[in-house]
Design a protein around this ligand. Sequence first.
Ligand code: SAM
Length: 193
Amino acid sequence: MSLKSLLERNNLDFEDSFYEDCKIFIELLQKWGKVHNLSGRLSVEDINENILDSLYPLKFIESFSSFADIGTGAGYPGLILAIAKKDIKAFLVEPRVKRVAFLNFVKASLGLQNLTIIQKRAEDVEDIKVDLITSRAVTNTKLLLEITVNMQKSDTSYLFYKGSMLESELEIAKINNYQIVSRNDRNYLYIKA
Ligand SMILES: C[S@@+](CC[C@H](N)C(=O)[O-])C[C@H]1O[C@@H](n2cnc3c(N)ncnc32)[C@H](O)[C@@H]1O
């Protein structure tokens, strides 16, 4: 199934330019991924599924003007969100050199002016404040909230892409005012400001 069909089946609709950018992203990830071990799964089907996973929460989260993605790795979800939402200021926080080199290469190839890539660990970022903090497959909810404290404002929301171990994480993190949206074995944890 094409990426467009996959996203449309999930009621996600984007302009043609988004799909052109994704085509370039996929080609670059397949090329760089093999050489630099950027991402485990490099078939088009797996990458398309990761793109869907990155974008799915746009169906239910409130609008935002800026976001920081913690531990973007090869691009999920932050780079994909930045490609889909070019009017939003995007920060990708990733400490590993080869992953940052790849993200910078995609940024230059697609001319993504809304995107800033920060080669640091989240806990060392001091100079940005954002509306939304996202993260997938980096660490638990409690720790994510702690290591992003410098990026938080009074009205920052959080979107964490989680698997099945969410309940115990929520107890430990002691959070209120959240929403969980599930899709297959994925739980999207949305903590509203
Ligand atoms: C398992 S990968 C997940 C990558 C991507 N988010 C995904 O879902 O495919 C975890 C990433 O988090 C990064 N990372 C680990 N600790 C971090 C921290 N304290 N701050 C920012 N990034 C971190 C790692 O370098 C790695 O690229």
